[in-house]
Design a protein around this ligand. Structure first.
Ligand code: NAD
Length: 491
């Protein structure tokens, strides 16, 4: 059965989800579908009082359900039932997401949603396997490191992969025994509400996930500054991450995980398998039309292979299948908004004005919606905004090098250090570059995540603090307490 659907026929869960109730308040922010630009809904903006209601509901739910204290296996079982339900409701969830976001429905069902269910199960497994420690102390003492959940975690997510990002936050926080107040992006708010509704249907005690809708300055600030939010987990831009740090410093001290922007290089040496490299590089910039934190936006190629590699990448750029996110055949996404598309175009034009050569694209695509043509800019100088700024669009820059040292100099971005791709058959070179490059993730002879959720993700430099995924994400949702007991007659 085809997954294609009519976007006008989709019913959206519009409202804040607090406890087990959908709080229908009137909307303030007009939402337009990226695929055709038409208005489809309004997003409510939760003021401080609604955020406080969500936080107090979460606290009460923790107390009455004893979620942090129930047998860990029970927590795991509830989360697994939730993952099963997400899979069963994948088509509905995908439609809600596809209407408002840049994610094509086919990719949502086979990719984002399937992976999110898998990741929730992955984190559920930690609940009864990761604990504290008994530590060596002197003979008269017993030393322990106990771990405990924080309580209420405030989670804030971006619009580029709304379901996946919600899963990255909710899975580990709940498995570790916390409750969550989640604010999805105001541009893609409704899939997170539906995810929370499914969790309650699966048996999660109401109030452990609360979703408040709204923008950053009003709703986001109310969450990060709330005195009863014990930890903040954020994914979004470096600018918003900095504003959140400032707000947390102003309103009280609490731990935070910040997954921020990137401008990741893909370095290709002359000995690389060029077909493999071209496929990975094109995928690294075309996925979600470059609207990915780990988009491989800077191609740094050895001068010897530059030309054939570029030919192979251009062929892949030409073959994209742009279309509305509700068409199952679509593989190339629109840009999230007209504003963001204009920003992309402004940076591209500025680069060309400074001497960059546009080998493909460089223009908005014709027709409805906010599509931007896959773009390849050659001869871009290192100080151009096309290199220094995160464009967050389908724009690949090309720089060529002749020595390993030069490649490293280009690759090491002054601001970001999220991910990097490296294509070579030389193992020693792989190790040298992996050591030298400040990046939270290194992909060698491939680009992009696999389904190995054990590998954490996070940035160096201004790409962030802390990790999502992996063991680290689970542990980041628990805090440790050192216990030293004096015991008579032990020695
Ligand atoms: P954004 O920073 O504009 O918004 C992200 C979220 O933060 C939204 O929910 C927004 O409402 C909220 N927000 C904004 N200002 C806030 C404030 N002052 N206080 C509290 N909340 C605030 O980012 P975006 O445009 O939605 O997403 C794109 C950005 O996200 C890119 O920079 C991308 O690299 C980054 N991102 C990073 C990762 C990662 O894992 N490192 C993953 C996905 C996206």
């Amino acid at each position: 059965m085809s997954l294609s659907f009519d976007p006008d026929q989709i019913s959206l869960p519009i409202g804040h989800f607090i406890g087990d109730r959908l709080l229908e308040t009137s909307g303030l922010l007009a939402l337009h579908r990226p695929s055709d630009g038409s208005f489809y809904a309004e997003c409510p903006v939760a003021p401080e009082e609604i955020v406080d209601e969500a936080v107090q509901t979460a606290r009460k739910a923790l107390k009455t359900s004893n979620w942090g204290g129930v047998r860990p296996r029970e927590r795991a079982n509830v989360l697994k039932r939730w993952a099963d339900l997400i899979e069963r409701e994948a088509d509905t969830l995908a439609k809600i997401e596809a209407v408002s976001s840049t994610r094509p429905v086919g990719q949502l069902v086979a990719g984002d949603i399937a992976i999110t269910a898998e990741q929730i199960r992955f984190f559920a497994e930690f609940a009864d396997k990761e604990g504290g420690d008994l530590v060596p102390t002197d003979d008269e003492h017993l030393g322990m490191i106990m771990t405990e959940p924080y309580g209420v975690v405030g989670a804030i997510t971006p619009w580029n992969f709304p379901v996946s990002m919600a899963g990255w936050k909710l899975g580990p926080a709940l498995a570790a025994g916390n409750a969550v107040v989640l604010k999805p992006s105001e541009l893609t708010p409704f899939s997170s509400v539906f995810l929370a509704q499914l969790a309650v249907k699966a048996g999660l005690p109401p109030g452990l996930i609360n979703v408040v809708l709204g923008d950053g300055p009003t709703t986001g600030t109310a969450i990060t500054g709330h005195p009863d939010v014990a930890k903040v987990s954020f994914t979004g831009s470096t600018g918003a991450g900095a504003a959140i740090m400032a707000n947390i410093a102003r309103t009280g001290i609490k731990p935070m995980t910040l997954e921020l922007g990137g401008k990741s290089p893909q370095i290709v040496f002359a000995d690389a398998d060029l077909d493999q490299a071209a496929a990975a590089i094109a995928g690294g910039i075309l996925a979600n039309a470059g609207q990915a934190c780990v988009a491989g936006a800077r191609l740094i190629a050895h001068a010897f292979v530059g030309e054939p590699l570029v030919e192979a990448i251009l062929a892949r750029m030409k073959a994209v299948r742009a279309g509305p996110t509700w068409d199952a055949a679509t593989t190339y996404s629109p840009i999230i908004s007209e504003r963001q598309r204009t920003r992309i175009h402004t940076i591209v034009r500025a680069a060309c004005a400074r001497g960059a050569e546009c080998l493909a694209g460089g223009e908005p695509m014709e027709g409805k919606g906010y599509f931007y043509a896959p773009t390849l800019l050659a001869k871009v100088d290192q100080s151009s905004p096309a290199i220094s700024e995160e464009i967050f669009g389908p724009v690949l820059t090309l720089q060529t090098f002749t020595t390993e040292e030069e490649a490293l100099r280009f690759a090491d971005h002054p601001t970001y250090g999220l991910a990097a791709g490296l294509f070579t058959r030389d193992v020693s070179r792989v190790m040298r570059i992996t050591r030298a490059l400040p990046a939270g993730t290194m992909w060698v002879n491939r680009y992009g995540r696999s389904r190995d959720h054990i590998l954490p993700t996070g940035g160096y430099k201004r790409s962030g603090i802390g990790k999502d995924l992996g063991r680290e994400a689970y542990h980041a949702n628990r805090r440790s307490k050192s216990v030293l007991i004096h015991v008579e007659g032990l020695s």
